[in-house]
Design a protein around this ligand. Structure first.
Ligand SMILES: Nc1ncnc2c1ncn2[C@@H]1O[C@H](COP(=O)(O)OP(=O)(O)OP(=O)(O)O)[C@@H](O)[C@H]1O
Ligand SMILES: [Mg+2]
Length: 409
């Protein structure tokens, strides 16, 4: 394979420099010369893409091998012990821990980080985590929402402008990149960046240079880039809406924040955190959540992710006096029987509810699999990679008789 002979980023960079110098100093490039340079640039591009792939593969391997022996509780504790700075809470969710461990390693380098995830999952919070755990922590952190600024103002916002660059530009103005010099710039909603600005962004990433709008002068900046998006950039790349070269430059380290519905094990810890935060901010007594409300919160799907959970909790704390119940939920998600008084036997402690749900889920799982195995316990044990006698005990504990499944078959 080609990249096995040339897997060095250093060598690729040297060759880029040679191409750059050839371009800079050649005053009369003919068609042949241009074709030759284009071919070299094409080869280099391919090589860099390969290298970026290898890097990603290696990162993945490191992250898999480094935590296979540790439990998630130990991994979480290890982050705490290393004084990992995080403005919020996190539990022991495997996917989230993997993201945080990658971010911790990436933070110490100056490499660009791309944060992907649905709306409200905590991308902005994570961008601050990258900055807070980097050597730039005491230097500026500047956030720009690429989707919120009109396309014709975006470049001046990012790169600044000189006096007279456009109507109304009465004096020189620094852009966000210069404001974030030596610090970090957070480019939120990078998927909204217009095509023309994507080219200019590429130049900052490649050369660390910007050009104020209306000026030919190049200004060097040392700004670390963290970008975020809730759009599928790979898909946009395929459709020609996002430049491939920019994508690979931005995503040297890319992490994805899982949606809340895939980290329900974090729900209790987040709920308690927001309850405390809300009562402190509103200067009111902590509110107790009724077991059926907690049960609702556990089963809800949260299309708006952590932001939605936070808003719900703030509302509950604001509306409920001491004890919050279903009736305090927003109209759009409140169950129909929310006003029904709580019956004594409904007020089961959350642990009991969870335990019962677990037992039911286990029973229906075993029944389903046994049906597929036509009541053959040995075959099922093999399929589930379980000890046969343990499986028999489990079946009888759940009141499941394999013979009945043989008859059905
Ligand atoms: N782990 C966490 N602990 C505490 N609060 C959190 C956590 N994650 C997110 N939040 C809070 O949830 C809210 C949404 O987070 P954030 O704004 O970072 O999401 P986002 O992914 O950038 O959303 P959007 O895509 O809509 O811009 C914020 O108030 C943030 O402080
Ligand atoms: Mg955001």
């Amino acid at each position: 394979m080609k990249y096995l002979n040339s897997p060095s980023l250093g060598r690729a960079l040297d060759r880029i420099e040679i191409v750059r110098q050839s371009l800079r100093w050649s005053s009369d490039l003919d068609r042949n010369g241009i074709t030759k340079l284009l071919r070299q640039v094409g080869d280099l591009r391919e090589e860099i893409l390969m290298l970026s792939g290898i890097e990603r593969y290696e990162q993945k391997l490191i992250s898999i091998t480094s935590h296979t022996e540790k439990s998630s509780a130990q991994r979480r504790q290890a982050l705490m012990n290393r004084k990992f700075s995080f403005e919020g809470v996190f539990g022991e969710n495997e996917k989230l821990l993997e993201t945080l461990e990658t971010v911790e390693k990436a933070a110490k380098t100056d490499m660009p980080v791309l944060i992907e995830g649905e709306s409200g999952v905590g991308k902005e919070l994570l961008s601050r985590v990258v900055h807070a755990n980097s050597q730039r922590a005491d230097l500026p952190f500047v956030s720009v929402n690429c989707g919120a600024i009109s396309p014709n103002l975006l470049e001046s916002e990012l790169f600044g402008h000189v006096r007279g660059a456009f109507t109304g530009s009465v004096k020189d103005r620094k852009g966000k990149f210069e404001a974030a010099d030596n610090g970090t710039i957070f480019l939120d909603e990078i998927g909204e960046l217009p095509h023309e600005s994507q080219v200019k962004m590429l130049r900052v990433l490649e050369n660390g240079e910007i050009q104020r709008v209306g000026s030919d002068d190049l200004i060097r900046v040392n700004t670390r880039i963290v970008a975020a998006t809730n759009r599928n950039l790979r898909e946009m790349m395929k459709q020609g809406k996002f430049r491939e070269d920019l994508y690979y430059r931005l995503s040297v380290i890319s992490v994805t924040l899982p949606p809340l519905r895939e980290r329900k094990d974090e729900l209790d810890i987040l709920t308690d955190y927001f309850c405390k935060e809300a009562s402190e901010k509103m200067n009111c007594e902590p509110v107790r959540l009724s077991p059926r409300l907690r049960n609702f919160l556990l089963n809800y799907s949260y299309p708006g992710n952590i932001r939605e959970l936070r808003n719900i909790i703030y509302r509950l704390v604001c509306l409920a006096e001491h004890s919050a119940d279903l009736k305090h939920l927003p109209d759009a998600i409140r169950p129909e029987d929310a006003d029904k008084p709580v019956e004594a036997n409904e007020e089961k402690p959350l642990e009991t509810i969870r335990k019962n749900a677990g037992i039911l889920a286990q029973k229906s799982f075993l029944e389903g699999r046994l049906r597929e195995a036509k009541g053959n316990v040995s075959a099922l044990a093999k399929h589930l990679e379980m000890n046969r006698s343990y499986l028999s005990v489990l079946l009888s504990k759940n009141g499941i008789k394999p013979s009945e499944f043989r008859m059905q078959a």
